[in-house]
Design a protein. Structure first.
Length: 229
């Protein structure tokens, strides 16, 4: 069962230009609804105890709209970084929220997963379950790409077109890989876990899109009209 959900919402979103000068990416509106609401609609299906926003940029907006809010049986919390720490550093300082099991995800990414089924995943002796998707938009970004799955384990494969989705299930074993001086979850921490053969994974064909580029922003603007909130 997923006990807690940690969402990275601290980025500046500079690739979106003026759109994020006053508003963080997860709070940009699509059909008059903040993007994060579309993600929360999915995550709440897990029925977690807590959903924690790991925030920095414009964190007051997250606190104002979501801190201590309750959706069904789930409490929403805002955990604010004192300084910009990157995804790895942010997770280190929020490690007290990591339980068996915890979902970690990016707050600017929409994923059409069957979230209820994620409660059935058992990590056993592994510390990380990664979800891989096809890399259709970030061919040059090596920190996302060149991954594949062999006998259930995530491996590095330079001939693969699969990439890290930014959605993970972790457990308490994951904590030992965290360090307050390691800022990059993607480049350093995940890489180390994969090298130690402690990452299992599944490939998903479901729609996966982040709103961090103007092209993807426009795509989700159209797609979001199909989603009922």
């Amino acid at each position: 069962m997923i006990c807690n959900v940690l969402i990275f919402v601290g980025g500046y979103g500079r690739r979106l230009g003026n759109l994020t000068k006053k508003t963080p990416k997860p709070l940009l509106k699509f059909n008059n609804v903040p993007f994060i609401e579309y993600l929360l609609k999915k995550l709440i299906l897990l029925n977690p105890k807590k959903i924690i926003f790991l925030s920095k940029y414009k964190n007051n907006l997250f606190k104002k709209n979501y801190h201590n809010k309750k959706i069904n049986n789930t409490i929403l919390k805002c955990f604010v970084e004192k300084k910009k720490l990157g995804t790895g550093g942010s997770l280190y300082h929020a490690k007290r929220f990591i339980t068996n099991n915890t979902l970690v995800c990016n707050g600017d990414t929409f994923f059409e997963l069957n979230f209820k089924k994620l409660n059935n995943i058992n990590l056993k002796n592994n510390s990380l379950h990664m979800f891989l998707v096809k890399n259709n938009n970030y061919k040059k970004n090596k920190k996302l790409s060149n991954l594949s799955i062999k006998k259930g384990k995530v491996i590095v494969n330079n001939n693969s077109n699969l990439m890290n989705s930014g959605f993970y299930i972790i457990n308490k074993l994951f904590i030992k890989f965290l360090n307050k001086k390691i800022y990059s979850l993607e480049n350093l921490i995940l890489k180390k876990i994969i090298e130690k053969n402690l990452a299992v994974g599944t490939f998903k064909k479901n729609l996966h899109i982040d709103i961090g580029t103007k092209k993807n922003f426009k795509y989700f603007l159209k797609y979001s009209k199909k989603i009922k909130l």
